[in-house]
Ligand binder design. Structure first.
Ligand SMILES: [Zn+2]
Length: 322
């Protein structure tokens, strides 16, 4: 394995009581290496096994070993060259409309100051800006941040990482991390710095993969969210730890509605019906199998949403008042 690091302590609570719970393969790397055969990074990682460890103390789950910072930078460099910042593929507007609806309910007295950390191309911030929020975004990817600047105005977007947040002399009513914390090597550090930038009564709004998802429990290593770039998988207990470590109170959490009929689930289940194992693109099923799959996907979607066991979950943390 290349450019990886091993973890001996839980990244959230620092416990050494960690156990391996899943061994999987990254299907995205396989697909990308066949779509972009000349890309050496995808080729190198297409057969890598992804091992998930879980902390016995706080139940946080994480890839171990995982890409080092250098490895992660290379991964994102390669992903951004291909599909990653393409709005149509990754950043569906209805998903962000759903996030915004939740965020709006958090601040009953009207629009406020919002910072979106890892704002990508600014689709979410644009929705907030159109609803009179005073918005700002930080984005590491140069390409994505340039698109965001065009969308929102140059002065609204900072290209950079955690140091940019550290150096900002502004306080925000809400700071959001939407599908971002699962990519960051040290979620504690990010939450710590963000919590210092909240105004009194300010809130953190995060959306993260839910390790207790009903699909993860049902299909295990075939869960669509097990990816080389997803180094963290959260549970309610581990989010509560993350909050209390950093002087925050976990206020609420809940399902993300846009998940209904999640495409990723289909892809993973399809594998079970695959006739030709040799090629990742030769699927073949009968009509009956498709109907069964659709039914299963729908059941797990609704069941997941009903009991907070969807693939993604949102949490709100509040700054303790002094
Ligand atoms: Zn832990």
């Amino acid at each position: 394995m290349k450019k990886t690091t091993n973890i001996n302590n839980c990244p959230i609570c620092n416990s050494t009581l960690i156990n391996r719970v899943i061994i999987a393969y990254d299907k995205t790397m396989r697909s990308l290496s066949s779509l972009y055969p000349s890309n050496l990074f995808f080729k190198d990682y297409k057969k890598i096994s992804l091992q998930i460890y879980q902390c016995q103390r706080c139940s946080f789950a994480f890839l171990n070993p995982r890409l080092s910072r250098e490895g992660l930078n290379q991964l994102y460099g390669n992903l951004y060259k291909t599909v990653y910042y393409d709005d149509k593929r990754r950043h569906k507007e209805f998903q962000y409309q759903d996030y915004f609806k939740k965020l709006k309910h958090l601040k009953k007295d009207g629009p406020g100051k919002l910072l979106d950390f890892g704002c990508n191309t600014g689709v979410f911030l644009k929705i907030a800006q159109d609803n009179c929020w005073d918005v700002m975004g930080i984005e590491l990817s140069y390409q994505a941040s340039q698109i965001a600047k065009k969308r929102l105005g140059n002065d609204r977007i900072i290209t950079g990482a955690i140091d940019e947040l550290k150096n900002l002399d502004i306080q925000f009513d809400i700071i959001s991390f939407l599908n971002v914390l699962e990519h960051l090597p040290d979620p504690n550090l990010y939450i710590k710095i963000a919590s210092r930038k909240l105004s009194p009564g300010g809130l953190l709004f995060i959306v993260v993969p839910n390790y207790d998802s009903i699909r993860r429990i049902l299909i295990g290593e075939n869960w669509s969210l097990i990816l080389l770039e997803h180094i963290n998988y959260f549970t309610r207990d581990s989010v509560a730890y993350l909050a209390s470590n950093n002087g925050l109170i976990l206020k609420q959490g809940g399902p993300i509605d846009y998940e209904i009929f999640n495409r990723g689930f289909f892809e993973k289940i399809k594998k079970m019906f695959r006739k030709n194992e040799g090629s990742s693109y030769s699927f073949s099923y009968g009509r009956d199998a498709l109907i069964k799959l659709a039914f299963l996907a729908l059941i797990t979607d609704f069941a997941g949403l009903a009991i907070n066991r969807g693939d993604f979950i949102y949490y709100v943390m509040a700054k303790k008042s002094l």
